[in-house]
Design a protein around this ligand. Structure first.
Ligand SMILES: Cc1cc2nc3c(=O)[nH]c(=O)nc-3n(C[C@H](O)[C@H](O)[C@H](O)COP(=O)(O)O)c2cc1C
Length: 358
């Protein structure tokens, strides 16, 4: 391991984490956002972070749906909901980030408390309820700006009784999508937020088709991915894959949070890892490289990332691993991925995709 990563890992584990994990999780999240926003303004800090955490390696570079990614590790939707961290995230080694989920209207989210740590499961219970500044404000924040990497936008429907009916829900997605027509590099349709009024109605194939039809009619030219619920059956996935062909969807993010019967919110991290792994493998078996799979759920190490790639993921996303392991994790994963690829005789990441499945 590179010495600076080792030092940061040690300090995070023994100094920062014990202190942070005693505080309220949402307060810590808010502090991280404020700190990240402030640090992102300093050229000096960014240069230092880049020196510590950014490695360029041809083995990890990929062009996916016309977008060139320096490395496969992205920040998953939900950490930078309002697109405030995009100046600092590339300096932590991320290859891209997904902001949001952004909804048609601004939303304060569910009542607090709405975020809990479950250390014994290396997981978080999330019940934010799509808190965000809304499509208008967030698209204005991004307009005309470029960052050191590519930015995706996760679109969901406003968490409100006014969007529970299918038609109103679709209108809300469409409003948010229109705001980002020319902003951001790709769009993710989050069909699967478990924390909103009316549950996740767009996980249902009949309603999903209505949504995709309306989305398709907008003739969005950038890549579009569907973020999938963690607990979809194979039959359900088959129907979604079929819809993705009809409506020109480029790929899938596997997966969102894991729902638990009778519990508020959904679980991230290790609690969702195996569901994510299984779904990646299932979809890859069905579609091969026809669609892009973005693996998300429980990535805490280079080995976790590599396993998802071998199951069929082209790109990856994470949040919880960074919270449990520290901000050096992204750099460590990229470094370890290179080692693991070389160990298995690969010269480029693309050669390893789906190797354990086909
Ligand atoms: C605090 C938090 C907030 C989240 N909010 C969203 C969200 O707004 N939209 C979304 O699509 N997923 C959201 N997620 C789910 C993550 O994007 C991801 O699918 C899930 O956490 C699994 O990845 P992980 O194990 O690396 O955290 C959230 C996750 C966390 C931990």
């Amino acid at each position: 391991m590179f010495p600076i990563e080792q030092i940061v890992r040690f300090k995070y584990k023994y100094i920062a984490k014990p202190f942070l994990f005693r505080r309220d999780p949402e307060d810590v999240h808010d502090t991280a956002l404020t700190l990240g926003k402030t640090l992102g303004k300093s050229v000096l800090v960014k240069s230092f972070f880049c020196f510590c955490f950014v490695r360029h390696d041809e083995m990890l570079k990929q062009t996916v749906c016309g977008i060139s990614f320096e490395n496969p590790i992205g920040l998953a939707a939900g950490f930078d909901k309002n697109a405030e961290l995009l100046n600092i995230l590339p300096a932590l080694g991320f290859g891209y980030a997904e902001v949001g989920s952004v909804t048609g209207e601004a939303c304060v989210g569910n009542a607090k408390p709405r975020l809990w740590r479950i250390p014994e499961e290396k997981s978080l219970r999330v019940y934010y309820g799509l808190k965000n500044d809304g499509a208008e404000a967030i698209s204005a924040r991004l307009k005309g700006k470029t960052f050191g990497f590519h930015v995706g936008v996760s679109i969901a429907k406003t968490n409100s009784p006014a969007t529970v009916e299918t038609e109103q829900g679709i209108a809300d997605y469409i409003k948010a999508t229109k705001a980002f027509r020319d902003i951001g590099d790709y769009i993710t349709i989050n069909t699967s937020c478990p924390n909103a009024f009316g549950g996740e109605p767009f996980s249902d194939p009949v309603r999903l088709e209505k949504l995709l039809k309306a989305y398709h009619a907008l003739h969005i030219t950038k890549p579009t991915f569907l973020k999938l619920a963690a607990d979809l059956t194979h039959e359900h996935l088959d129907q979604i894959i079929e819809l993705s062909n009809t409506y020109s969807i480029d790929g899938f993010i596997c997966t969102n949070l894991k729902k638990e019967h009778g519990e508020k919110g959904g679980l991230s991290g290790k609690a969702v890892e195996s569901l994510s792994d299984d779904m990646i493998a299932y979809i890859y078996k069905k579609v091969g490289k026809e669609k892009i799979i973005i693996g998300c759920g429980g990535i805490f190490s280079g080995a976790d990332a590599y396993r998802k790639i071998r199951k069929g993921a082209t790109l990856l996303q994470l949040i919880t691993g960074m919270i449990y392991e520290g901000p050096q994790l992204i750099s460590e994963i990229n470094r370890d991925l290179i080692k693991l690829l070389k160990k298995d005789g690969f010269t480029h990441i693309s050669e390893a995709i789906g190797k354990d499945v086909l």
